[in-house]
Design a protein around this ligand. Structure first.
Ligand code: UDP
Length: 450
């Protein structure tokens, strides 16, 4: 029988308010709820999650006074910085009330790794803080190495050095190093230090990854940081006795599932670049023509805001979709986990956000990688060159290259080998969650520690 250990204990979980961070945190809440803990989600009013997807959780908004218009007027690094500052006071007030409650013991606070300012707030209440890293372990180690890499001259990244190896972090090349477009590059370097300082002061790190996927990084991390580590992923594949619906900031268009039902097995290219990445108008058109010329059916998520300077599809030539005779389907937002699990999907053209990468691995779907910023470049390198479960779309986005890459992955010996590799990893992802598997055991250790 499943052990239920957390009864009478409440856990407080706080996400960074972005899609790719909220989803895994809610999944983690589900995992810990299934172990008997009561779950409270403390969240910002900005990009707040929908409580109705998780009626068995308590949702507590804090009022950090961050408006949509303020958030959209700054880049993501400044936004993260601002959120860290603005949450301090309302979080203190919120914890003050919660910690006085006599009904339940608050066991610990689990915060997204990026919310470094929560460490000092928790210290003020003598509340243990665990860190949730929603991205991969390898990219986390790369972020931790940024001060050293800067000292060794890799930053700022120079165009002329892109193909040079990063000797400190094989097999990465300079072009695989994380970067964010920002008007103030110093902020990039300055943000990483408090994240890792607060990590060292925490009671441990929970990872949405599994040992078999990132074993060498996980052991390297263990040697460098003397805090407990809990790689218990893939979160979304754990068994939840009380199923929740997935939370997404936008409503998924489920009509694409019946469209997929009409397609042959493994014939469709699914294209999505997650919730934040954007492309230029020229890239959008190359993508559209590349997909059209590939002769494969495609399901393409064009999120409003995906194309810089454009509302939605107005750049497509008149009659473009009609000319494909039902071979293409475009939606604003897809039920991605369901899509990737659909038998019609043959490949996933992705920006290599960590959730998308893991979801693709778990469904055994080969990837075409087009990383845009941050950790996506590290993930793409591992997908293509280490796990060999995908191919990278390199250089300028051009229709001929797109057509070529789609053919490479959908057919031929290379495509076959990639498919075998990803099915192999899928099997490992399944096994690690079973009794005695690595994530199963780490979860036991985590629950005992809490
Ligand atoms: N997603 C979705 N529908 C879409 C596109 C994305 O549900 O049409 C989900 C996807 O399943 C994943 C998350 O949004 O869980 C995106 O996270 P990821 O880390 O891949 O990228 P980010 O959005 O953080 O760049």
């Amino acid at each position: 029988m499943e052990k239920v250990t957390g009864k009478g204990h409440r856990l407080l979980l706080m996400p960074l308010p972005f899609q790719g961070h909220i989803t895994p945190l809610l999944h983690l809440g589900d995992i810990l709820y299934s172990k008997g803990f009561s779950i409270t989600i403390i969240h910002t009013s900005f990009n707040s999650p929908d409580p109705s997807t998780h009626p068995h959780f308590t949702f507590l908004p804090i009022h950090e006074s961050l408006s949509e218009s303020e958030a959209s007027s700054i880049d993501s690094l400044h936004l993260v910085d601002l959120i860290n500052v603005r949450i301090i006071q309302p979080l203190k007030e919120c914890l003050d009330k919660l910690m006085r409650s006599k009904e339940e013991t608050v066991s610990c606070f689990i915060a997204d790794a990026v919310l470094h300012s929560t460490q000092s707030v928790c210290d003020g209440f003598k509340l243990r803080r665990l860190v949730l890293r929603t991205g991969g372990a390898t990219s986390f180690v790369v972020f931790a190495s940024i001060p050293l890499l800067r000292e060794n001259g890799y930053f700022p990244i120079q165009e002329s050095r892109l193909d040079e190896p990063v000797v400190e972090l094989p097999p990465l090349k300079v072009k695989d190093l994380p970067w964010f477009e920002t008007r103030d590059p110093e902020l990039f370097y300055n943000l990483t230090s408090p994240i890792f300082d607060s990590l060292k002061a925490s009671s441990g790190v929970i990872w949405n990854t599994f040992e078999e996927l990132e074993s060498s990084t996980i052991s390297k991390f263990g040697q460098e940081f003397s805090i407990p580590i809990y790689p218990i992923g893939p979160f979304h594949k754990h068994h939840f006795p009380k199923p929740s619906s997935s939370f997404t900031i936008w409503t998924p268009d489920t009509s694409c599932i019946s469209w997929l039902d009409t397609k042959e097995p493994k014939s469709v290219v699914y294209v999505s670049f997650g919730s934040i990445a954007s492309i230029t108008e020229a890239e959008f058109l190359e993508l559209a023509w590349g997909l059209a010329h590939s002769n494969h059916p495609f399901l393409w998520v064009v999120r409003p805001g995906l194309v810089r300077g454009s509302e939605w599809l107005e750049l497509l030539p008149d009659g473009f979709m009609e000319s494909l005779g039902g071979r293409g389907c475009i939606v604003k937002w897809a039920p991605q986990e369901k899509v990737l699990g659909h038998e019609a999907i043959g490949a996933f053209w992705t920006h290599c956000g960590w959730n998308s990468t893991l979801e693709s691995v778990c469904e055994g779907v080969p990837m075409i990688c087009m990383p845009c910023f941050g950790d996506q470049k590290v993930n793409a390198k591992y997908v293509s060159d280490v796990w060999k479960v995908g191919v990278k779309l390199e250089g300028k986005v051009e229709r001929i290259e797109i057509e070529r890459v789609i053919k490479r992955i959908m057919s031929g010996d290379e495509g076959k080998e990639i498919r075998e590799n990803v099915l192999n990893l899928k099997e490992k992802a399944n096994l690690c969650l079973k009794e005695g598997g690595s994530s199963y055991n780490y979860l036991d250790a985590l629950v005992n520690a809490m």
